[in-house]
Design a protein around this ligand. Structure first.
Ligand code: SF4
Length: 291
């Protein structure tokens, strides 16, 4: 069997930084005798979180109540300002692992709200990143989250200066088609106060998907490694299926199925929250075959 690894896979830059910050916090916690936490799961990968908990004692928490104060690391998605305040007020030291791309969106929202602009965020309202961005304009009445033109709220005013941005991991295709429709709507209105569309999409997802397309074409089947909760990993798996090639989505080597060994050339890719050691572990297991 020949194994070909995707040219781009695994941790994105934002996750790499957040992970480094957690390990630095662990050192600092050891030196000062304080517990270390992450606010929400650092990444969507159970094996990684388990390792962090068992080997380094890092606990995932969602609120300060019920936990002795210590060092709390903010994950790459960021958290709303009110949550930061709650942790600080409860005596926690915060380490900011918010990805710089998410920070840029947070700053755009806070500046635009201060300037009285209308703000449209295209994304999933339940996603941690969108919640953290919304938190920058807490109580501001002219901010809306939409997933596409279908949920364009009627209360949006075309006579207000407006900015539009997206969740960093939103589908680029969907975002730009939504932007086109809304630009058309603004420009066609006599009240048009202007819509500024800002590109906040992260290239990490697109780069992984482009590399996967190349890999899929040159292999017989593709193995996708990553957490079952990770949306970007699931999307990689779906892409291979859409291209008509056999694919498996596994979160650990123990989930390898025997039918994969029927193929001569296997491609390997992994989501943006899959650690390198897990990719190596699975690759080794694939080379050795089933026990
Ligand atoms: S996917 Fe992009 S925006 Fe999100 S954490 Fe990674 S680098 Fe940052």
């Amino acid at each position: 069997m020949t194994i070909i690894r995707s040219e781009v896979m695994g941790f994105c830059a934002g996750v790499q930084v957040a992970v480094r910050k957690v390990y630095a916090a662990v050192e600092s916690g050891r030196a000062s005798g304080r517990p270390v936490y992450t606010i929400g799961p650092l990444i969507h990968n159970e094996m990684f979180l388990e390792k962090l908990r068992e080997e380094e004692g890092v606990k995932v928490i969602s609120k300060p109540e019920g936990n002795p104060p210590g060092i709390a690391v903010i994950r790459a998605h960021g958290i709303p300002q009110q949550e930061r305040d709650a942790f600080r007020d409860a005596g926690f030291e915060l380490v900011d692992g918010t990805c710089r791309r998410v920070m840029r969106s947070q700053q755009l929202v806070s500046k635009s709200a201060a300037e009285g602009k209308q703000i449209l965020i295209v994304g999933n309202p339940e996603h941690g990143e969108v919640k953290s961005i919304l938190g920058e304009a807490e109580g501001y009445p002219y901010i809306y989250v939409i997933q596409g033109v279908d949920d364009f709220p009627e209360r949006i005013s075309l006579d207000m200066e407006t900015i539009m941005l997206s969740q960093t991991t939103f589908s680029a295709e969907q975002y730009w088609s939504t932007a086109d429709t809304l630009l058309h709507l603004f420009r066609g209105s006599p009240q048009n106060a202007g819509l500024e569309v800002i590109d906040t999409i992260c290239p990490a997802t697109t780069l992984r998907q482009e590399a996967l397309k190349k890999l899929t074409v040159s292999t017989d089947a593709v193995l996708v490694i990553g957490g079952k909760q990770s949306a970007n990993t699931r999307r990689l798996y779906e892409m291979v299926k859409e291209m008509g090639k056999p694919a498996w989505h596994i979160s650990a080597g123990s989930e390898l199925s025997s039918d994969i060994f029927e193929y001569l050339t296997i491609g390997i890719t992994a989501g943006a929250s899959t650690p390198e050691w897990l990719i190596d572990q699975v690759t080794e297991q694939l080379k050795k075959g089933l026990p």
